[in-house]
Design a protein around this ligand. Sequence first.
Ligand code: CA
Length: 702
Amino acid sequence: MKYSRFSTALVAAAAAWTMAAASGVDDAMMANDADGSNWATYGRTFSNWHFSPLAGINEGNINRLGLAWSLELPGITNGATVPLAVDGVLYFTVGQSMVHAVDAVSGRLLWKHDPEVTRVAGHKLRYTWGPRGLAVWKDKVYVGTTDGRLIALDARSGREVWSRMTVTPEDSLTLTGPPRVFGGLVVIGNAGSEWGAVRGYVTAYDAETGEQRWRFYTVPGNPADGFEDEAMEMAARTWTGEWWKLGGGGTVWHAITYDPKYHRVYIGTGNGAPWNRKIRSPGGGDNLFLCSIIALDADTGRYLWHYQTVPGETWDYNSSMDITLATIDVAGEPREVILHAPKNGFFYVLDRATGKLLSAEKSGKATWAERIDVETGRPVEVAGVRYEESPALIWPGGIGSHNWHPMSFNPGTGLVFIPTMEIAGLYDDKGVDRKRFAMVRGDLNTGLVEFTGDAPPDAGRSALLAWDPAAQRQVWRVDTPGLWNGGTLSTAGGLVFQGQSDGMLNAYAAANGQRLWSFDAKMGITGAPITYEADGRQYLSVVVGWGAAGPAFFGSLSAQHGWQARVHPHRVLTFVLDGNDSLPATPPPLVAQPVDDPALKIDPAQAAQGESLYARRCNACHGLAAVAGGFAPDLRASPVGLASESFRAVVQGGALELAGMPRFDEFSDEEVEALRMYLRRRARESLAAMRAEARAGDNSDH
Ligand code: CA
């Protein structure tokens, strides 16, 4: 794109004007589905469609779409996020809640805010993959941090206006979800059901002052302390044993949708803590409000209704995925509904007024239930799925058939475009002492046998699915690379955009899934693109980066793409018709090369002790069986582990804390050395396997 000096001055003047006027985000803007000029909230408008009515970029001219500019984000290791665009300014949060404001036309960084998470988060640095988005209201931008702060920034300068601690420093709750704003309130949930005895809740704060307005807990506390409200009293009747000692879980870590028509908030809750219901609630029970959509009064947070997708959740199933508002035909009548594709492999249509189930069908591979009974609203479970006879292999596994990656809804065609995954979970609690189980802060607390094996590259697959929610059937499906599948954007231009694990940003024809356009972003994409107008033209922006649970956890299944967050730069890319910029030089995909010290004698018992410690404390970031998926460094390849002293300095001493590696100062010297021995064993095993594979390859050439 080339501008004359005159038009550059005009653009600068316009940018200055819009900066001064960056106070336009209010209920009217977020309720206006027809005006595509801004992308003012996570799902663009309150409807949460991730759809734009703009059609300037369309099926007819998509071949002219080109890069307008790219901006490199140095030091950032998580880009699993969705930006916002207001009056020509792009806002996004990446890494450890670093908030950026960028001129959408020129790509010039206007300001950057660093909440210094690595300096202050302490043990909470262990529990996160980073934030997925932010919110804007009037003249402020809102972001949540790993350590639990909700921060309001001045949209013009990035300066902090107020900050509230929304959790307690001792618990294992952390913030990863985007805050949502409406009517002068900012609402935030939290995450962390795996990392300790936590009890989920959402809190509403005054957007102007940060003063707390209301809080709603999602699972009941200890009855002896009294219940906060009637909803908790009702919920407690669906739990057994002493669940409150384990926290219960049910965190609202992502989905919050405001419904302006009913002036309600719908929240989506997560899994139980721990996953295993036999431990959490030994006498059974539905365990309300785990894995549910709950409707709350927007002014008071008072409970109105709920729909539980998975009663008695025991597989890490969640309803924290998109809660989308729509009007679709049900039995020939237009109905106001909620569209919802949670982890469990079914697609749900609920009546928005009452929460009553209208229909639910399998949109992915799901072996845990035969079907959902529409009369009762309850699943018809398959015998044996609660791992009574451990182990049980069940689809989907805990990562879900669909996770937080946004699906999009095109109100014109009535279709939903869902980034889906297909992978089983192995559920095994054989040998777990259920009576003496306690949630240990910082452990991966599942109540199952520890995960010590790798996930091979073919352990899972993914697809972009076009789904008709009225007919509850697939319209088309395109297989996509790997497991982790980026969020979608659909537009009135007849297009669906999606970034994928192999680093390609693709545009598909919404009608039939034909791929019409591709751009090689040279790094895996996990967030979702947005589109908006600036300077009278339609732009499309996406944060390119490899992040969140899939890339962090899934070993070889994620490592196969060759992305390493500390090698391949995270970037924001912005596209426009006839854009002709190109990406700076970027390293090609890499395979981690383990390092071994052949002279080192590895004690098998010590390495086995380290394996267990690794499975509880390390694999969430460094990957299954020490095969890093690309989010955190591969510890088989890191020279830090070659010497005891350097390894202790990092693990116990926190030498790399500011770079994002949390300190584990509660580990004894013996434990750290056991961990090191395990990593050395894994490096040696991996090298031997790689050499054997290379030899087999040589032989097959002859
Ligand atoms: Ca979970």
